[in-house]
Design a protein around this ligand. Sequence first.
Ligand SMILES: Nc1nc(=O)c2c([nH]1)NC[C@@H]1CN(c3ccc(C(=O)N[C@@H](CCC(=O)O)C(=O)O)cc3)C=[N+]21
Length: 297
Amino acid sequence: MTIGKIIDGKAFAATLRDTVGEGVAGFVEATGRKPGLAVVLVGEDPASSVYVRSKGKMTVAAGMESFEFKRPDSIGEEDLLDLIEELNHDERVDGILVQLPLPGHIDEAAVIGAIDPAKDVDGFHVVNSGKLATGQEALVPCTPLGCIMLLKDELGDLSGLEAVVVGRSNIVGKPMAALLLAESCTVTIAHSRTRDLASVVHRADIVVAAVGRAEMVKGEWIKPGATVIDVGINRVADTEDGKSRIVGDVATAEALAHVRAITPVPGGVGPMTIAVLLRNTLVAAHARAGLAKPAGL
Ligand SMILES: Nc1nc(=O)c2c([nH]1)NC[C@@H]1CN(c3ccc(C(=O)N[C@@H](CCC(=O)O)C(=O)O)cc3)C=[N+]21
């Protein structure tokens, strides 16, 4: 039985961060200042805190300025909007990321809508999603853009390929579909109401799984030779040692016998998300400074 390739997202992300680092050096030389990324974290969710810390470290390692704003769960929406307004006007800040999800009493759409689209390095503002949907230059959500980079690296030209995106979230599924369409794929978005998901997935040359359900996409659903991008990060109890581990949305061990290539979890899409965040911050900094987009990005 042949075994597919495991795509090394961690290594690809490290290379991308190096490229970003070179671009940062050029930006500093041209402007006399560092690009800056502001991350806003509301509440004390331990997983979010770990993730925000590693983002901060990688931001600094790439030569950029990192600003972190931690606010309690109890913060009112008005106070959060005031903070964003302040960051919108802070010349040292090129990128603003508000860690999601936000507490239930805060309107996420209102908060995202308050971010200056030129600083929206998550690409979640309707101005950026609208530009993406209509084929205009935009800041593009980090996870889907990272997935496209991995796919192009593996497959080259994607045009004409059959792509199935499982999941229809605003942060992954929908922008992923828009990007695949822009690459001239034939795109299907499947979701929880899709009938006979197995046979829909079986059509695909490219499967992107972004549903947030542990190992939901089974190996036998995958068409032989398909490329699978697993966006899921699900913490599950590991019965053998009582600890927990992280698995994706795809049953990877099963799928390996069917795929051409597949991203692992961890070490696949996750590291790309952070690397693209740095990339987006650098791109936003160049645009704000009136400079052309740096080479290779
Ligand atoms: N406004 C906003 N933008 C985000 O991009 C955003 C967010 N909110 N909220 C939370 C999610 C989650 N997220 C991850 C990014 C990288 C890894 C990552 O690097 N994971 C590693 C390590 C996994 C581990 O071992 O914990 C991996 O997959 O290999 C994980 C999760 C970004 N998010």
